[in-house]
Design a protein around this ligand. Structure first.
Ligand SMILES: Nc1nc2c(ncn2[C@@H]2O[C@H](COP(=O)(O)OP(=O)(O)OP(=O)(O)O)[C@@H](O)[C@H]2O)c(=O)[nH]1
Ligand SMILES: [Mg+2]
Length: 205
């Protein structure tokens, strides 16, 4: 079935329809799961299903990201160039260098690490108030819900000071509201992030 979809999107791309290109930043504190998500997405959208490595179905433990990396992937009709930036204190200093022409930000939070919610909120507030990112859609991912003690969506939203923008059911056209929404997920269980990316895709012009 998925090869039919691939063929369909390839055909549309060939005739120049339905093709968008987007620059996406993966931001968030260290240990949130950004690199793990990027690996999963790379596997999920691999053009040839035979290339999907069984190894990636297992829980991966990547090293903390020291240097920004980027990957190109395609989800539906959108080609993404994703930049995975390290989340530890020193790595955060280079986030600003990547703000130019960003189409969306994926901001990841470890939902099981309540001790760091305040720190995560501070960084998120900094991004949301940065003029260079004004109006840019934010997909906030509450990751690691496979951990029993992880905060539920309402608690995470409260701690991050977010109220959401209607999960795509609210028409934001003609308003000055920035699309921002929280989606809970478990990257290692491949749960939840697909809905988040579908939500985000509709706001990429
Ligand atoms: N339980 C659980 N662990 C996860 C999940 N996603 C990622 N992890 C783990 O969280 C740890 C950090 O993941 P990374 O992807 O390296 O985090 P990062 O956000 O890229 O961190 P930096 O590169 O330091 O900014 C790793 O041990 C992952 O295996 C998840 O959905 N559930
Ligand atoms: Mg990383």
């Amino acid at each position: 079935m998925s090869f039919l979809l691939d063929w369909f999107y390839d055909a549309l791309a060939l005739i120049g329809l339905w093709q968008k290109e987007a620059k996406i930043l993966f931001l968030g504190l260290d240990n949130a799961g950004k690199t793990t998500l990027l690996h999963m997405l790379t596997q999920d959208v691999s053009a040839n299903p035979a290339d999907r490595k069984i190894a990636c179905l297992h829980v991966m433990a990547p090293q903390p990201t020291q240097h920004p990396t980027s990957e190109e992937l395609r989800i539906g009709r959108i080609k993404f160039k994703v930049f995975d930036l390290g989340g530890h204190q020193i790595a955060r200093r280079v986030w600003r260098d990547y703000y130019a022409k960003v189409d969306a930000v994926v901001y990841m939070v470890d939902a099981a690490d309540r001790y760091r919610f305040a720190e995560s909120r501070k960084e998120l507030d900094g991004l949301l108030s940065d003029d260079a990112l004004a109006g840019v859609p934010f997909l906030v991912i509450g990751n690691k819900i496979d951990i029993l003690s992880a905060a539920p969506e309402e608690e995470l939203c409260h701690c991050l000071g977010l109220t959401g923008t209607g999960k795509g059911n609210v028409d934001l056209r003609g308003t000055d509201m920035r699309p921002i929404e929280v989606f809970m997920c478990s990257v290692v269980r491949r749960m939840g992030y697909g809905d988040g990316f579908r939500w985000m895709s509709q706001y990429i012009k």
